[in-house]
Design a binder for this molecule. Structure first.
Ligand SMILES: Cc1cc2nc3c(=O)[nH]c(=O)nc-3n(C[C@H](O)[C@H](O)[C@H](O)COP(=O)(O)OP(=O)(O)OC[C@H]3O[C@@H](n4cnc5c(N)ncnc54)[C@H](O)[C@@H]3O)c2cc1C
Length: 481
């Protein structure tokens, strides 16, 4: 089916589905194959925003079972959607409407297989949660750096497939920087064992990079080797009140000077901070009220105590880059700060925000303040009454911009005009419309504007060579040819 459009014909329901489920049960054993309402449950994303048609949901327990499931589907020319923790925010783990699919859930494949101290790596099955890997690393006196609000549920396979980021990307990079080796089940059911642990390997193409960020369109990741890092010897977290948003970038530069290591640098608006504190009965970290705050986490060499943070705050105050600051003195205070950061998403704060516009944009760090300010100008001009709400990973240019509609309803034309204008602004500033959540199905339409036609053509050539029949995750990630 090489060269065909992204969609394939439907599948006869009823007897065919029963026969399919029976064949899959032969592969994965009883109790791990689901049809009807139970299968439909797998077709919803965690937020209830995206739903797709699932023929059969199947939970293989090993790489060999995944490979056998793929062969069954390939023989019947049935599309496959892989699902990890189902915390993705782009509809990648749900079939598209036009393409009822077999859903392969990796929820039985959560084993943490081995830690290698000399190589500082951990080998895991793809269904293992990010949190379980963090905990295993901690028990071994090491650290697995990726971290975000869904770490308790998100799987390593899903994180690799979306090149996920989180609050520590600034210092440690996204998943692309963590993965040393992969095992992948290919479209013909063969198993590629690329489970290497090498930091250095110049032997030509690094195929694993193709599968990272591929959102399950090229194969099913079944196992991975990821890097562990030395645990942070000492660190402090502080919240800083900004005099103006323009202070944010000089403040980031000041934080990084003097050999200091900035692990996280997150932006919060007062409108969100104040609401989160009230709604979730959190502790307000300081009395000073500003329009914008930064939560910064600094790592420091062992035994240096609070020196790094204190020096930074003294320099920032002397340069008039902060109005006030509060350093977390206890673990509870630090948890309180990060809880405010986690709960600041509009869906957590307000129930009137239906119809909001949500972005996962990133622009070059040097242009992130310009991005926020120009969004405010565009909003006032194109959609009066709407509220731009920017927060998140300012330190790496990835702002989770939401634009919230006026209470009491909105004019659809305003929403459409604003969406198009903010997309255009992001691309004008040489940014991306998806920094860490992936394209999935939600952002597919926008990719045509973001991607060079030659890049799209090359991506399709890779897709055609690895998955010639379009088995894996059709209608996702790749813009139409
Ligand atoms: C509260 C909250 C906060 C979040 N914060 C962040 C954040 O700060 N940074 C960030 O990057 N993300 C964030 N996310 C998004 C999400 O957690 C990540 O994208 C995560 O990596 C998805 O992992 P998952 O296992 O849930 O994947 P799923 O949602 O199950 O799948 C995501 C995609 O990966 C594919 N896939 C899954 N497993 C495999 C596999 N084994 N092989 C091949 N393809 C596979 C799926 O087909 C789909 O296309 C957040 C989500 C929530 C709900």
């Amino acid at each position: 089916m090489s060269g065909s459009p992204n969609f394939r014909c439907g599948y006869k329901m009823t007897t065919d589905v029963v026969a399919l489920a029976s064949e899959l049960t032969d592969v994965v054993g009883p109790g791990n194959t689901f049809t009807g309402i139970e299968a439909a449950e797998y077709g919803h994303d965690a937020r209830g925003v995206v739903t797709g048609p699932v023929l059969v949901a199947v939970r293989p327990g090993s790489t060999e079972e995944v490979a056998a499931v793929v062969r069954v589907c390939a023989d019947r020319d049935l599309p496959i959607v892989t699902q990890g923790g189902n915390t993705g925010l782009s509809g990648g783990a749900q079939p598209i409407d036009q393409q009822a699919s077999v859903l392969v859930s990796l929820s039985r494949m959560r084993e943490l297989e081995s830690i290698d101290i000399a190589d500082s790596t951990i080998t895991v099955q793809a269904g293992a949660t990010i949190e379980s890997i963090q905990n295993a690393a901690g028990r071994a006196g090491a650290m697995f750096a990726p971290d975000w609000g869904a770490s308790g549920t998100a799987s390593i396979g899903g994180a690799i497939s979306t090149n996920a980021g989180g609050v520590n990307v600034l210092q440690y990079g996204p998943m692309r920087d963590q993965v040393l080796g992969l095992e992948v089940v290919l479209a013909d059911g063969r198993i590629w064992n690329g489970l290497r642990r090498l930091r250095k390997d110049s032997s030509g193409y690094q195929l694993r990079q193709l599968f990272i960020g591929a959102e399950g369109t090229l194969g099913i990741i079944t196992r991975a080797v990821v890097r562990l890092l030395p645990a942070i010897a000492d660190h402090q977290t502080a919240i800083l009140a900004l005099p103006t948003l323009d202070a944010a970038l000089p403040l980031l530069a000041a934080a990084r000077s003097g050999g200091r290591t900035v692990v996280a640098f997150e932006l919060l608006p007062e409108v969100g901070l104040g609401t989160a504190v009230d709604k979730f009965e959190l502790q307000r970290p300081m009395e000073t009220v500003a329009k914008w705050y930064i939560i910064a986490r600094l790592a420091a060499p062992l035994g240096s105590g609070p020196t790094a943070m204190n020096d930074f705050l003294a320099e920032a105050a002397a340069a008039n880059l902060i109005l006030d600051a509060a350093v977390a003195a206890t673990t509870d205070q630090e948890d309180n700060l990060w809880m405010i950061r986690e709960m600041i998403r509009p869906v957590e704060l307000w129930d009137w925000v239906g119809g909001y516009i949500k972005y996962d944009a990133a622009v070059p760090v040097g242009r992130v303040v310009e991005f926020i300010e120009r969004v405010e100008t565009l909003t006032a001009a194109l959609a009066p009454g709407w509220l731009p709400f920017s927060f998140g990973h300012l330190g790496d240019g990835n702002i989770h911009l939401h634009v919230l509609p006026p209470i009491g309803g909105f004019e659809p034309a305003h929403r459409a005009a604003l969406e198009a204008a903010i997309d255009a602004l992001t691309l004008e500033l040489e940014g991306t419309l998806t920094a860490e959540h992936g394209v999935g199905q939600s952002l597919l339409d926008q990719m045509t504007a973001q991607k060079d036609p030659l890049e799209v053509e090359l991506a399709w050539r890779i897709k055609d060579s690895l998955d010639p029949d379009g088995l894996f995750n059709p209608g996702k990630t790749l813009p139409p040819r």
